[in-house]
Design a protein around this ligand. Structure first.
Ligand SMILES: [Mn+2]
Length: 472
């Protein structure tokens, strides 16, 4: 009898144990399913865990009832499905599916330059911004990362104020700088760069995720040749599902059309043949603009960005033309991968795109700018008027000549002493009119145009492939 009772008690105890394990599992699942929306509160503090659980559960019930509506709202607001982003860990790791040669490559970390990662943002969603920051912190070897500099370009979202400052204060090597008025991407980045203490500036967009091993190839390349601007391969993070698509095929390079719209191109055959292995960097005529690394001193030698560029758009081509014409180069490194959320549509307008591209054309395209004006017949007078207004001294069409202090000049081959950069570059390397088109190529004929960039003492071999854009 006693034996039977103790058996029953044993069974009962087992059943209770099983039940409690199941309950625990249920609560854990419930917690994990609702913890992400609470992530916005992580930096806020104040609420007790119990309160937070309670309100999360309430929120969750509400959201289950109308997730589609919330998703649509977040897409409407950010052009990115933030509802989904909020439910994905801020610390998720992207699998390193790069080519095996990239994964096998070893670096001498002590010989590599350090970097400051500069990230400007304007009204970015919490989870995409924070995931970018954590991704940099977690995918970059500490010995190479001097700091992350965040520049808040005068956002007005409440969560980007004290809540963000408080969150950031808990992270090592992350600094938050705020502009006093809306500056636009270019000036915001430049303000951030003034705080950088690393050897190399690495600019990232504010909704990115880095693949492990992303920074080493960029720093290695700049270590080999300081006058190189290096871009990672930009992988796609789906704006709706946040799935990460790694581009494992041969990377694309940047180009442009005569309206000065950035375009992607396959690697030209001539450059394909120049390479000795799949992991050699690939020369690129232009860059998309959001993600690149440049030696801080070389960037200063180049004259940084054109400060007259408003908001965004066009600055990427201007900097691309600038580096090639100033004797440097621009490359994509196939071993460096960074994911970027390409939004459903541009999250905010770029009304200054035309003005910005006119600046790029006027400064760097010399007589080729006529092709640009042929494609943009309307704005010529208006935008030129704007430029004149910006330069009342009447220095005509050469805006933003900046003074470069001697100490920033990287080598003896560069002009010494204070240099008015755009002009000195043009003098040193020749104006763009010295570029020659491939015989028979017609700028308006719809076929690709090859331009050859003369470089004193070197073979003029670099071809800039230009293809026609859509007709206006
Ligand atoms: Mn972006």
């Amino acid at each position: 009898m006693r034996v039977r009772l103790s058996r029953r008690l044993g069974l009962l105890a087992k059943a209770c144990l099983l039940l409690s394990v199941m309950l625990l599992a249920y609560f854990l699942l419930e917690r994990s399913g609702t913890s992400s929306p609470g992530s916005e509160e992580d930096g806020g503090g104040g609420r007790s865990l119990r309160e937070r659980q309670f309100s999360d559960a309430e929120e969750s019930r509400e959201q289950l009832a109308r997730p589609k509506k919330l998703e649509d709202e977040s897409v409407e607001r950010y052009a990115i499905n933030i509802y989904v982003s909020d439910r994905i860990s801020l610390h998720r790791h992207i699998l390193d599916n790069r080519m095996h040669e990239c994964r096998a490559k070893k670096f001498n970390y002590r010989s590599l330059p350090t970097t400051s990662v500069v990230i400007a943002f304007y009204n970015e969603a919490w989870s995409t911004l924070l995931r970018t920051i954590h991704s940099v912190l977690e995918a970059t070897p500490a010995v190479l990362l001097k700091e992350i500099i965040l520049i808040d370009d005068y956002s007005d979202k409440a969560y980007l104020k004290s809540q963000l400052a408080q969150y950031i204060s808990g992270l090592e090597r992350v600094r938050l700088v705020r502009t006093k008025k809306r500056e636009g991407l270019v000036r915001a980045r430049l303000i951030g760069a003034t705080f950088a203490t690393g050897d190399v500036l690495t600019f990232l967009d504010c909704h990115c995720e880095c693949v492990p091993g992303w920074i080493e190839p960029l720093l290695q390349r700049i270590n080999e040749d300081e006058s190189t601007i290096v871009c990672p391969v930009i992988d796609t993070i789906d704006w709706n599902t946040f799935e990460y698509y790694m581009q494992t095929d041969e990377p694309m390079v940047g180009g442009f059309d005569w309206r000065l719209t950035f375009q992607w191109h396959a690697v030209p055959e001539v450059d394909r043949q120049r390479r000795t292995s799949r992991i050699d960097p690939i020369r690129s005529p232009t860059m998309a603009g959001g993600l690149f690394a440049v030696s801080k001193s070389y960037f200063e030698f180049l004259g940084t960005y054109d400060m007259g560029m408003e908001v965004w758009g066009g600055e990427n081509l201007e900097l691309s033309f600038r580096v090639w014409q100033c004797g440097g180069s621009l490359e994509v490194h196939p071993c460096s991968h960074v994911g970027h959320v390409f939004p459903k549509k541009a999250p905010y307008a770029r009304p200054n795109f035309l003005q910005n591209t006119v600046r790029a054309a006027e400064v760097w395209m010399d007589t080729y700018k006529q092709h640009f004006y042929n494609r943009n017949p309307g704005p010529k007078g208006i935008v030129r008027g704007h430029l004149r207004e910006a330069r009342p001294q009447g220095e005509a069409e050469m805006p933003e000549l900046r003074v470069v202090p001697e100490k920033h000049l990287p080598g003896p081959a560069r002009p010494r002493g204070p240099a008015r950069l755009a002009r000195s570059c043009a003098q040193l390397w020749g104006p763009l009119s010295a570029w020659t088109t491939t015989p028979g190529a017609q700028p308006h004929g719809g076929s690709p145009v090859s331009l050859r960039l003369p470089r004193p003492g070197r073979q003029p071999v670099f071809r800039v492939h230009i293809e026609e854009g859509n007709p206006l």
